[in-house]
Design a protein around this ligand. Structure first.
Ligand code: 5GP
Length: 190
């Protein structure tokens, strides 16, 4: 599909909402959609898939990027920085591409200040029970980190009304289709 006008779309959702799986499936089905690779200072979890999502840097380097104005937005989340480099977003939009910013609720609020036209999607877990199971079942993090992520998830879910669309991740294929429909409607209207 050739896209006439490029745009960025925010996708947020708490850790454990299954947003990564939805996005991975979306990109497999629609490889023309681009993804904004975030720069982060958090330690690696040892999953090689992380390198598709993140560039890992030191706090010093991250703070230089803030000073140099290289970031469209950034947030400190559970004591680590997460930020969106600006240039790839500008380039994608200029190029007529669709680019997804997978960022947290604070980052989303910051982007809306600079790009009021940007649309945003919030991915919800099907229930709090499922969310808790997913967070504790990951097995890659200490119990106190799991607890912090769960509290953080609850606080994020409380802000879902700031979003233009909500997609409930109950059945994966349905959630992916819903997200793609949001994108294709925006392509038609842009
Ligand atoms: P995780 O550590 O689980 O990979 O990500 C934690 C949170 O950081 C998630 O809610 C994710 O959406 C968010 N996040 C990832 N990249 C960025 C970014 O560039 N900016 C902001 N503000 N949040 C991000």
């Amino acid at each position: 599909m050739r896209m006439s006008k490029g745009f960025a779309l925010i996708v947020s959702g708490p850790s454990g909402s299954g947003k990564d799986t939805i996005l991975r499936t979306l990109f497999e089905q629609h490889p023309e959609i681009r993804f904004s690779i975030s720069t982060v200072t958090r330690p690696r979890r040892g999953d090689p898939k992380e390198d598709e999502k993140y560039t890992f840097v030191s706090r010093d380097r991250f703070e230089k990027m803030i000073e140099n104005g290289e970031l469209l937005e950034y947030n400190e989340y559970l004591e680590n920085y997460y930020g969106t480099p600006k240039k790839p977003i500008d380039d994608a939009i200029k190029n007529g591409d669709v680019i997804i910013l997978e960022i947290d609720v604070n980052g989303a609020a910051n982007v809306r200040k600079n790009m009021p036209q940007i649309k945003s999607v919030f991915i919800m877990p099907p229930s709090m029970e499922v969310l808790e199971d997913r967070l504790s079942g990951r097995g890659t993090e200490a119990a106190d980190t799991v607890k912090k992520r769960l509290d953080q998830a609850k606080a994020e879910i409380a802000r879902r009304d700031e979003y233009d669309y909500i997609v409930v991740n109950d059945v994966l294929e349905t959630a992916v289709d819903e997200l793609y429909n949001i994108i294709s409607n925006q392509i038609k209207n842009s």
